[in-house]
Design a protein around this ligand. Structure first.
Ligand code: AHR
Length: 504
């Protein structure tokens, strides 16, 4: 049996974990909003049309922040279409997804939904067809208490208190030729700077994220980040990263390499942001917002994205996930946590139906996809400070990445309640991995709280409407805790969470 070990020490900490890395994304795309979170007339809908079954599953999933309203949709969106009396709202053709947008759900409904779900909003401003002027007006509508035309308009619409939205994305994927009003880095960098400037004048408390690359494989990657930040470094707090993982060759050993590439991507963007800081002799550090990430490849063809006839809420990119995808999502979460010093926000894209951890049927049930489980476990147990981990593990070589250690792990220590959580994935597909972990200086009176695994020998197993619980977390047996030392056996192709605690 191969053996791997990890060691952490009380004094070696990466950073406090920003809980906003457990974010998700709701776009006006396909059935994410309509018949996803919002379905008036559904047996489980409340008076506002919010599906309670989806709200319950969202609470169980545990996202901390949700990006809204897009995505590519954002670049053609007029926020005014989505506020005011519903019966007066304009029906529009959305050029991002070639769909009909009824605007029955908009900013204020989303804010109400966030309150019910107890989730922070992350808003985007349209820098495709619109610009700085619309952005500052939208911010004033949302965040100004009252006494100006736009804040009073919000109050007249029935929302007396300001929404106080803190996190704002300056456009979406502006590097992508598919974007409505795509821009060059120079064009976007200038607009991002001017938009950020006026938004800060309206509300100095906001945090602003500039668009980075929509994928590491974009031909402009690197040069884009450099030029954009060269323009707007002084006015923004974050640069965004997007990535969608693919298993095109249907080869799990290769597929695991995408997680290493995610880590590489984070380091590269960090280096570029710091190069701009160095050029300016600035101590300011731009943080990373990984605000779109997930598995997405089966439904990536154009016919899954754009349907003829301008349909309302069509079934778009409704990827059905299997165990392989759950392992990749779990691995990505470990990578995000291990980069807690620079990644301060991240959004699993998306929340419901559209490449979502939650699936629904119109008028019917809602259920958890396989990827739901690692996310829910990470969001539940990822509290505290991420420890610097020294890992020793056998590794293998793949085309996707030259050296992939079988063990991928992360340790999060919570001094408040004395828990220390080990997230550990075994990337060996045929052998159990014998793991020992040494938690030095974190207390010897340690006891096991829980140990769970996401695992199925059949890597293609999926959760479906008919078999919604084919894949669920199960107890991981055979975990031993002896003082500072923990040992466990990680099944082949498994993602595991071991929670221990010292009395406080
Ligand atoms: O999440 C689906 C789409 O993927 C988003 O609209 C876009 O930003 C990205 O290309």
């Amino acid at each position: 049996m191969p053996h791997a070990s990890l060691v952490v020490d009380r004094d070696f900490v990466v950073a406090d974990l920003d809980r906003r890395i457990f974010g998700a994304f709701v776009e006006h795309m396909g059935r994410c909003v309509y018949t996803g979170i919002f379905e008036p007339g559904h047996p489980q809908a409340d008076a506002q049309g919010f599906r309670q079954d989806v709200l319950d599953l969202t609470r169980e999933l545990g996202p901390t922040i949700i990006r809204y309203p897009g995505g590519n949709f954002l670049s053609g969106y007029d926020w005014r279409d989505g506020v005011g009396p519903v019966e007066e709202r304009a029906v529009r053709r959305d050029l991002a997804w070639f769909s009909t947008e009824t605007n029955r759900f908009g900013t204020n409904e989303f804010m109400d939904w966030c309150h019910k779900a107890e989730i922070e909003p992350m808003f985007g401003v349209n820098l495709g067809t619109k610009g700085p002027d619309e952005a500052r007006q939208f911010l004033e509508y949302c965040n100004h208490a009252g006494g100006s035309a736009l804040s009073d308009l919000r109050r007249a619409h029935g929302w007396e208190k300001p929404h106080d939205v803190k996190f704002w994305c300056l456009g979406n994927e502006m590097d992508g030729p598919w974007q409505i009003c795509h821009k060059t880095a120079a064009e976007y960098g200038r607009i991002a700077l001017e938009t950020a400037k006026v938004m800060r004048w309206v509300d100095p408390t906001v945090q602003l994220a500039a668009c980075g690359s929509s994928h590491r494989n974009m031909p402009s990657f690197g040069a884009w980040e450099y030029e954009v930040l060269d323009h707007c470094f002084d006015e923004v707090d974050f640069i965004s990263l997007h990535t969608y993982f693919r298993n095109d060759d249907d080869d799990m050993r290769e597929y695991f390499g995408v997680i290493e590439l995610m880590d590489t991507f984070i380091r590269e963007v960090t280096a570029i942001a710091d190069a701009i800081a160095a050029k300016r002799r600035s101590r300011k550090r731009i943080m990373l917002s990984f605000d779109e990430w997930n598995v997405w490849y089966r439904t990536h063809q154009i016919e899954h994205m754009r349907r003829p006839g301008w349909p309302e809420a069509p079934r778009l990119i409704e990827e059905v996930y299997n165990v392989e995808d759950a392992l990749i999502v779990g691995g990505a979460l470990i990578t995000l946590m291990n980069n807690a010093d620079r990644v301060k926000a991240a959004c699993l894209a998306q929340l419901v139906n559209v490449i979502g951890p939650i699936m629904t049927e119109p008028g019917g049930p809602a259920w958890r996809q396989t990827i739901f489980h690692p996310f829910a476990l990470a969001a539940r147990h990822g509290h505290g400070r991420v420890m610097r981990t020294r890992v020793e593990s056998p590794a293998y070589a793949a085309k996707s990445f030259p050296e992939i250690p079988y063990l991928l792990s992360c340790v999060v220590d919570n001094p408040v309640d004395g828990t220390t959580t080990i997230f550990a994935m075994n990337r060996h597909l045929s052998e159990t991995l014998d793991l020992t972990a040494e938690l030095r200086g974190l207390g010897t009176e340690r006891r096991l709280v829980s140990a769970q695994e996401v695992h199925d020998l059949q890597l293609k197993t999926m959760n479906t409407r008919e078999r919604p619980n084919a894949v669920v977390p199960r107890d991981l047996g055979d975990v031993r805790v002896e003082g500072e030392r923990i040992s466990a056996r990680l099944k082949p192709g498994s993602w595991n969470v071991i929670v221990t605690q010292v009395p406080r």
